[in-house]
Design a protein around this ligand. Structure first.
Ligand code: UFG
Length: 320
């Protein structure tokens, strides 16, 4: 299929594009290149535009016609939790306008297949060890709110005009599937830790008094290549004529603490580095891991890569 991948020049989007090509699809990237990098795209065509701009729906209609697009994977979004707390209106403007414009263009051109990039941030701070998709979504920051509203918009489009749509709630995405596609943003734990080691700075652990087994926060780290493959499985599922908005967690089902991640980094690089135990970071849930039964059973998708694979692939890609 000819698939428009919004955010295609980003860290995750570029992995999705590589896996689409491997699965025999024809991806076309759409990206404003504000954080995306054109070198990640290789021969994949790029529609360079801001999806949240006033004229975006018309531009998307043109792109859909030009490339005979049959489905959309929508990843383009602002995704920094902290920034969303400081600039909520910007997050709503960017993340909601882009969904609106895309849906307007898809309805007009009768493109009926959509995979939407959502987030475990929609859950907020659940009081269960493993959260499933039926758990009440109660986001605790504007970023998570915009992703939840995006899901509602998808569900409404499915009801109103038969959009076939899957929302994937990503847990903590990390690692590199290809050495040229590493996460260079230094915005999440693993890249931050490697960056600290490189600069001879201590890695900070935000809180060791959480109600978890070792006191540090627990997250479900998912390899970006496994995540990319979940998009291919979701596209296949849409082709089975499903007409309801379906939501799937994308994680491993296994939580790892910050201290466990640091221990894995230690084993992978085989040398000592400094670690600082500091105060909790405001807004962090203690523990967030996925119940992955639904995606396992319905899409037949399971994460294959371990935390060690994630850490070593990031290390290899950023050392090269
Ligand atoms: N952490 C540290 N030290 C650091 C950085 C992070 O201890 O220097 C801890 C955090 O407190 C947290 C864990 O490492 O417990 C992971 O933090 P990240 O900032 O890497 O990721 P978050 O869990 O806050 O959020 C990420 C994505 C969100 C997504 C969420 C879903 O950034 O977009 O996962 O679980 F919604």
């Amino acid at each position: 299929m000819k698939i428009l991948v919004t955010g295609g020049a980003g860290y995750i989007g570029s992995h999705v594009i590589r896996q689409l090509i491997a699965a025999g699809h024809e991806p076309i990237a759409l990206d404003d290149l504000s954080t995306g990098k054109i070198e990640r795209l290789g021969d994949t065509p790029l529609v360079q535009m801001d999806l949240a701009s006033a004229d975006a729906a018309n531009q998307v209609v043109e792109a859909i016609k030009k490339y005979s697009i049959e489905g959309v994977i929508h990843l383009a979004a602002r995704k920094s939790v902290g920034e969303s707390v400081d600039r909520p209106e910007y997050y709503y403007q960017q993340n909601i306008n882009s969904v609106t414009n895309l849906l307007v263009a898809m309805r007009e051109t009768k493109v009926m297949n959509m995979v939407f990039s959502s987030s475990a941030a929609t859950y907020g701070s659940p009081d269960v060890d493993q959260v499933n998709e039926d758990y009440l979504a109660r986001p605790i920051n504007p970023y998570g709110e915009t992703k939840l509203v995006g899901e509602w918009m998808m569900a409404d489009a499915a009801k109103a005009w038969g959009l076939k749509v899957v929302s994937l709630r990503y847990f903590n995405v990390a690692g590199a599937g290809f050495d040229d596609l590493a996460d260079t943003a230094v915005a999440n734990l693993i890249p931050i830790a490697f960056n600290a080691i490189k600069n001879n700075q201590p890695i900070q652990v935000f809180g060791t008094d959480w109600p978890t087994s070792d006191g540090s926060c627990v997250r479900d780290y998912i390899h970006v290549l496994d995540l990319a493959d979940a998009h291919i499985a979701a596209l296949d599922y849409l082709n089975e004529d499903n007409r309801e908005h379906s939501i799937f967690n994308v994680g491993t089902g296994k939580g790892s603490s910050v201290l466990a991640v640091i221990d894995t980094i230690h084993k992978v690089i085989g040398k000592d580095f400094a670690v600082d135990l500091v105060a909790r970071r405001p807004g962090d849930p203690a523990s967030l891991s996925a119940d992955v039964s639904r995606i396992n059973e319905t899409l037949g998708w399971t994460a294959k890569q371990t935390l060690k694979d994630i850490v070593s692939s990031h290390y290899r890609a950023t050392s090269n």
